[in-house]
Write a new protein. Sequence first.
Length: 584
Amino acid sequence: MIQALGASQGIAIGKAFVLPHWEWELPEQKIDVADLAKEFDRLYEGIRRSKTEINRMRTELDEVVGSEEASIFDAHLAILEDPVFMNEIQGIIQRQYKVAEVAVKEAIDHFVTMFDLLDDEYMKERALDIKDVGNRLLKHLLGAPDIALPEDTQPFVLVVRELSPSQLVHLKPELVLGIVTMVGSPTSHSAIMARAFGIPMVMGVEGKLEQPIGTGDLIIIDGGTGMLQVDPTSDMVSRYTELRKRQIADREQLLTLAQVPAVTQDGVSLTLAANISSLKELEAALSNGAVGVGLFRTEFLYMDRVRFPSEEEQFEVYRAVAQKLKGETLIIRTLDIGGDKQLDYHELPEEENPFLGFRAIRFSLERKDLFKTQLRAILRASHFGDVQIMYPLITSVDEVREANEVLEEAKSELAQEGISFRQDTKAGIMIEVPAAVAIADLLAEEVAFFSIGTNDLIQFTLAVDRMNEQISHMYEPYHPAILRMLRTVANSAKSRGIPVSVCGEIAGDVNALPIWIGLGIEELSLSAQAILPVKQSMLRTRASDCRKLLEDMFRCKTAGEVRALATQFYAEAALSPGNVQPRK
Ligand code: PEP
Ligand code: MG
């Protein structure tokens, strides 16, 4: 039995499907003059395969979304027939004796750099097309596998070295019983998504296995405890099958609370909204009783596709979510790309520290064309519900003002075009960087609301990379520094009269509930699976006890002491499901 990191609750028992490692290494060797013709043949074969694949995708897309979207692939086919692009590749092979893969990579880099330098949107789009089609050609030359599902498409436990959010989007989540990753940590975005889909997940298995897991091996994982067992005994299979049944029954029991208001025993209420990244996740959130959406992570709309989504495409999704919410608030966060969230079709610069790099609002303010497209789509959706805008990774008042300028431009454009939207659409910010905490009083004067993103705030405050499993024990939400930061933000918001919510993953930790109630925070935004356990705890909690507990927590000097107080609080109240004693 292996003990790794539990990243998403639940038990999965099933056959493993091991995803091949598809990081591409380019061969370094030069080719012999005598082999030039053979190398050209390899290149042409790669091109032929790429064209077949593109044609197939074109037909599929045409059936699903129509010919306008599918026509992007015509541009890809044209590149594979473009004499300038092809001459560049052939020239590198012929004159420098480089293998076809290296020649293709160098040609892509050459044209992409050239087009990127031009101040012309159309040419920049062409650079994206070249990159996309060039990567496809590379894949075929290297014989690299696509992310392909098992042939028989039976549900499986996915085993993968590392999983990016776009890969997870690409797989069919309904077939994935569970996920095991060799590296990564529970606050990565793929883990957040696994929780949203309710898929059990265990991470950080590397170095713990005696033998690699093979496709077809029977495995059991417990995403709550981080347990992994390869080739379990039949006794173990029946024990975990039983445990799984019990967990499902507990979950069904919890569902009876979906429509019950979230109020403490002494009458303090908390809005429990949802974190979502797609319309599909909204369904799960609503059936778990979510009241509105406190964080719509829009970056996932930008993934698993071949180019940036158009205003119309985004508008359709935002409007559909707003309409489903029937007047409840929908907070749409503008694109938070970068860090562990990358786009296949838009290569961000290589960075030593991507979480500290060119991401989120920094990207939007640099690419105002894309930013404005998104803002226009959100504003148009504002006509259909209580839609609000949220900017990620704000570090200064200047960024807020600059973002708001683009927002104002988007508004005047729409007004001029006679398109309906709400002129008073609120714009708020994520507080997820220590700088924003330090100037929370100043920021509160500029924005309509705060939402505390503890996932990033903890990593930046404690200087602990949220993706690094080696130091994941240092990623400590109960650190006194974090408590003080939360208090500063809550007080600044309160004194300026703006609402403040918490939308990081720690909001879903039931033991942290007294902190929010004690601080007077009025809204939590949670992944669907966390809503009902948090509500259940609320119903058994007294706000007056929380305030006292928080005072005790502020007297603690170490994270261990704070955590112990938090755990004891509910342990005393015997809050485990099915064994509940309301706290008096
Ligand atoms: C956060 O940082 O807490 C947050 C909610 O944003 P994300 O997890 O998408 O970075
Ligand atoms: Mg964040």
